[in-house]
Structure formats: C-alpha cells, structure tokens
Design a protein around this ligand. Structure first.
Ligand code: ATP
Ligand code: MG
Length: 389
C-alpha cells in the first residue's frame, strides 16, 4: 500500500537531543494524521514513515497534514513492491508515469539497506535508469541537475519507488521550544509572527485585547477565526480575550494625546506578561516591525519593553510588508486578515503620536493612572476560548 515519507530537517543536527526531537516529531505527526485514518508511524535513517494500516485511510488528507508539521523539510509518497529489478521497474513506470512522460531530464538514485539484494545501488540505478530511458524517449540522463529524480530504496521488507518530494513546513517540532504568549490582533502581521515562532518549535498561547463597544463582536470573531486558521500548523490553542475598554478610556481621560498609543502598548505588555507568568511561558511575541508605524521606532519599542522583564520576540522586525504578506498567504490567514475590522489600537489613535518618546516622560505621564488596579480588573475579566482544529 502507498505510504508517506517525511524527511527530517534540522532535527538531525541536534546531536544528543536528537532522540527527543524525533520522538516529539513522531507524536506531532501521529496527532495530525489521526483524523485521516489509522497509520503506523516510525523513523528510519532521517526519514519518518507514515504507513496506512487499513484501507479506509485518506492518504491525500494525511499528506497535506504532514506538510504542515514543523520539523519536516520534505514530504513524498512511496509505493512498495517486490524486491526484484523487473518489479521495481514496472512499478516506477506506472507509479511515476506522469512525471516520466513530461520531464526532460532525469536520474535514478538508489539506496540499499538490504545488503543481500543481488545488485549494488549503482547497478540498480543503472539498470532501471537504462530501461526508463528506453521507455520514455523524452528523457535525457542528467546526473548533475536533473528535472526529475527517481528514488529507489531496497529495504528488508520490500523495495520502494518514491514519488516526487514537495517542501514541508521546515523548522523544529512544536513543543521543543517552550511556550510563549503571542499578542494576536486582527491584522496581517500578528498571525505571521505567531506562525514564525511556532515554526521554531514554540507552543503558543494567544492573547487578544478587546475593547467593546469600540470594537465589535465581529472583530472578536475575526481573531478567533485567525487562531483557528493557525491550528493546522500550531496545534490546538487556548485564546485569552482580555477586556481593554476601561484601560483605554482611562488613558484617554488622563494621558496627553500624543502618548495614548505608547501608554496603551505598555499596558498590553504588562498584561501579556501576567498571562505568561500564569502558564510559565518564557517570552512574549508581537508582530511589530521596525518603522512600520509611530509605535514601532526603536525609541518606542524601548518604552514598551520597559514594563516587562520577559524577552519580547519580534520575528517580523526586519521584514518588508511584501514578505509578510507572502507568508500570510502561504499559511492561509491573509484573506481573513484583510476583512474590515476595528482594532483597539485604531480606536484611539492620536493625531500626532510621539515617534521618539523619552522613557522618563512616558513614566511620568503614566503616573496619573492606577496601573495595578487597572491591570487586576482586566485580568479578572478575561474570557478563555478553546480553539480546535
Ligand atoms: P497587526 O497587523 O498584527 O495588527 P500592526 O501592524 O497593525 O500589526 P500594531 O497595531 O501597532 O501593528 O500592533 C503591533 C502588535 O501588537 C501586533 O502585531 C500584535 O502583536 C499586537 N497587538 C496590537 N493590537 C492588539 C490587540 N488588540 N490584541 C492583541 N495584540 C495586539
Ligand atoms: Mg493592528
């Protein structure tokens, strides 16, 4: 029966930790393909085999799922056959018929784990390659830069013909990088920043600040939808929705207008850190990007970071909007992100925000607020939403 092969990425560089990375990756794969049927999953030589156990497995769905599992750099399918040159050739001809008839150049690469097989891997490649060359006149042999590489593998139990490999998600297995709180708005950037850290193995706890009635239920639904769209990559998550209206109204009443955004962002960071402490998360992720808006100058970032001690991870900091949009499309959040919505940030936007704030000034204007009490009430008013696949 046809099966799926997942090629390990950086996991293989992990030396002594390799075992635990591999185990994590296998359990992540197992969870992701379990919806598509019953599979046997095991690893051998930098490859994880995902093998259907029953006839009712949905291999297409499982294949798509494997491509979204971090830690896998390439995914292909393979068809087992008898360990005999004629059977291997016949299988390659039918299984790879479309690729073989359209490619201009090719080569055959073989791997032989079963040393009792009568041909060496070089001999096997030559024999099968020669016969395919005859059967498909469109093909030229090119061992250096072929358009198509036909992979053959002779193992103890069977021989395998591999289909073409497609890129996997890359990165490191989810769960190997600890846990972080990620600030999730309804914009384009924060789903991308969340995804990028998940790609480095970080488990996410998204936090959203919500300001009814200035922001609508639809804006909240949008954030839940974005979180849902991240789950095929990031796994199931718990979204924390933090009421932010009182804080913003208090800022508007007591803080000079040009400091609105900065003070508001300092509150976001404080609350994020409190959420992080509760679940022992080790950092805070934001979608900030240098120079994108007034609150994202280096001076402004320093002022917002001032109120927390956890590291603030900003994976988009040096990226152009274009690159961010490209990732957003690739991961499937773009269409939702561009739906119209109000964010609490945009509701009280000052006409002339400070772009080069001084820390002392910000601390001084903030002294007019009862920071502790405001944060306590916001924390108490939180809503928790389970986001599932
Ligand atoms: P995004 O596209 O992610 O909304 P942005 O370019 O609009 O980002 P800002 O509005 O300044 O930039 O927000 C910067 C970052 O602060 C966001 O990427 C997000 O991580 C966080 N953030 C902003 N608003 C909220 C919110 N309402 N709830 C949670 N996090 C938020
Ligand atoms: Mg925004």
């Amino acid at each position: 029966m046809e099966m799926i092969l997942c090629k390990l990425g950086e996991v293989i560089l992990k030396g002594l930790n390799r075992r635990s990375f591999e185990d994590k990756l296998i359990s992540n794969l197992r969870r992701r393909v379990s919806k598509s049927g019953n599979f046997r999953i095991y690893s051998k030589q930098s490859t994880i085999y995902v093998e259907p156990v029953s006839d009712d497995c949905d291999l297409d769905a499982a294949f798509a799922a494997c491509r979204q599992v971090f830690g896998v750099i390439a995914v292909s399918r393979a068809l087992p056959c008898a360990k005999d040159v004629q059977a291997i050739l016949a299988t390659a001809k039918t299984y790879l018929h479309d690729e073989l008839s359209t490619a201009k150049s090719f080569k055959v690469e073989s791997k032989r784990a079963d040393k009792s097989f009568p041909l060496t891997s070089i001999q096997l490649s030559q024999q099968v390659g020669g016969a395919l060359h005859q059967a498909f006149p469109n093909l030229e042999v090119n061992v250096h830069d072929p358009e198509l590489t036909v992979f053959l593998e002779v193992r103890d139990d069977a021989a395998f013909v591999h289909g073409p490999a497609v890129p996997g998600a890359g990165g490191l297995p989810l769960g190997m990088g600890g846990t972080a709180v990620t600030l999730l708005s309804g914009g384009i950037d924060s789903p991308v920043s969340s995804w990028m850290m998940a790609k480095r193995g970080v488990t996410l706890e998204p936090v959203h600040f919500f300001s009814p009635p200035y922001t609508s239920e639809a804006a909240k639904d949008k954030v839940m939808q974005l979180a849902r769209e991240l789950t095929p990559w990031c796994g199931r998550m718990r979204l924390q929705i933090v009421p932010f209206t009182e804080i913003q109204e208090e800022i508007r009443r007591k803080v000079p207008e040009d400091f609105f955004t900065l003070v508001m962002r300092r509150f976001m960071m404080r609350l994020a850190e409190r959420c992080a402490e509760e679940i022992r998360a080790k950092s805070i992720i934001t979608g900030e990007c240098l120079g994108q808006v007034a609150s994202q100058t280096m001076e402004a970032l320093r002022c917002t970071e001032d109120v927390v001690s956890l590291p603030v991870l900003r994976p988009l900091i040096g990226m152009d909007k274009e690159e961010i949009v490209r990732i957003s499309r690739k991961i499937g959040t773009f269409d939702t992100s561009i739906l119209p919505y109000e964010d609490c940030c945009t509701v009280f936007t000052p006409r002339h925000p400070k772009t080069k704030p001084h820390l002392d000034e910000v601390r001084e204007v903030e002294a007019a607020l009862d920071v502790e009490a405001l944060c306590n009430r916001a924390m108490d008013g939180r809503e928790f939403v389970r986001i599932k696949l």
